[in-house]
Design a protein around this ligand. Structure first.
Ligand SMILES: [Zn+2]
Ligand SMILES: [Zn+2]
Length: 350
């Protein structure tokens, strides 16, 4: 076999760099030489627990990583429009294409998805990856592979903005200043929203948002009462939209108090507990629209445009880099420095 190096997760906190079979391109597929892969919160969960929540349990050794970018090195039979040498961002979820969700454009809801780095689906912490040619999107020459790897979390931010129906003139509050909160801010700016308040309980995250993300206000949500936040930043009316990215149950609960009558809330952050409290009376009384956000659909071309527009300082979002050989160290770093570090990426310079 022709081999390649890959970082294989064998169990909790057990990653080994191994020689595995190098994939080749079947009909309609391309092989991408991986240049950069962002480490996502879900990768860290799998690394720590060998599972994520109740639903996703690893049963065999697994290659993680689902935020890749790289260069196309091989194309299979019938592939047109993509050629070896193309620099691309890779969308990680191949779907059936036939079900009602796929056919209506909401393929993120497809029940038959093969999403990189979920149980049974090899991920991108490797030298090469094979994937359908329709899952790779060319990036501009001037865009670094590292920034291109942000297409995935930025897609989540775009979808959160779409579902919260953010539009120019809105007052938007983003709860949580981690990578997804930052990407939601970038998407909202690109959607023409200028009045963005970002809330977190970590001062360093608020500082990062002020310095690099062009948000109008930041607020330590642990220090101010909800009414005070509403009064200070919206004159008492409430925010037009809330995007909740922290996954903290208290933030879910707060979002209903922060939103104005008739406002929209989109929930992205996944709480540890399956059930969290909402004030149902207020949701009804205020006619609040509450939407869950699961991944994204048809967002990569827009994500790449937004990254290229540099609406925020995307380079600054990449706070730490490791080589493929150092994947275990990278995961430990991402696990132990969640608050100080924004995005850790695995880079493949060779
Ligand atoms: Zn991700
Ligand atoms: Zn489908």
């Amino acid at each position: 076999m022709t081999g390649m190096r890959a970082a294989v997760l064998y169990g909790k906190k057990d990653i080994r760099i191994e020689e595995v079979e190098k994939p080749s391109a079947g009909p309609g597929e391309v092989v991408v030489q991986i240049k950069a892969v962002g480490i996502c919160g879900s990768d860290v969960h799998y690394y720590e627990e060998f599972r994520m929540g109740k639903t996703y349990e690893m049963v065999e050794p697994q290659i993680l990583g689902h935020e890749p970018s790289g260069i196309v090195v091989e194309t299979g039979e019938g592939v047109t429009g993509i050629k070896p040498g193309d620099r691309v961002a890779v969308e990680p979820g191949e779907t059936c294409g036939c079900c009602r969700h796929c056919k209506s454009g909401h393929y993120n809801l497809c029940g038959d998805v093969r999403f990189l780095s979920t149980p049974g689906n090899k991920g991108a912490f490797a030298e090469y990856l094979v994937i359908g040619a329709d899952m790779v999107f060319p990036i501009p020459d001037r865009m670094s592979y590292e920034v291109a790897s942000l297409s995935e979390p930025l897609s989540v931010g775009i979808h959160a903005c779409e579902l919260a129906e953010v539009k120019p003139g809105d007052r938007l509050m983003i709860l949580g200043g981690g990578p997804i909160g930052i990407m939601a801010a970038a998407a909202a700016l690109a959607f023409g929203v200028t009045d963005i308040t970002l809330g977190d309980i970590q001062e360093n995250r608020l500082q990062f948002a002020r310095e690099h993300c062009h948000v109008k206000h930041t607020v330590n949500t642990g220090e101010l009462k909800t009414e005070e936040i509403v009064e200070r930043f919206t004159g008492g009316e409430g925010f037009d939209c809330i995007i909740e990215t922290s996954g903290a149950p208290v933030a879910d609960y707060m979002s209903v108090d922060l939103v104005r009558k008739g406002g929209r809330i989109s929930l992205v952050g996944i709480p540890k507990d399956e059930a969290v409290q909402f004030h149902i009376f207020d949701i009804i009384d205020k006619e609040v629209t509450l939407k869950g956000v699961f991944r994204y659909a048809n967002s990569y071309p827009l994500a790449i445009q937004i990254l290229d527009s540099r609406v925020i300082d995307f380079d600054a979002v990449i706070t730490k880099r490791f080589e493929l050989e150092e994947t275990a160290e990278a995961m430990d770093f991402a696990l132990n420095h969640k608050m100080e570090s924004v995005k850790t990426v695995i880079v493949n310079a060779k």
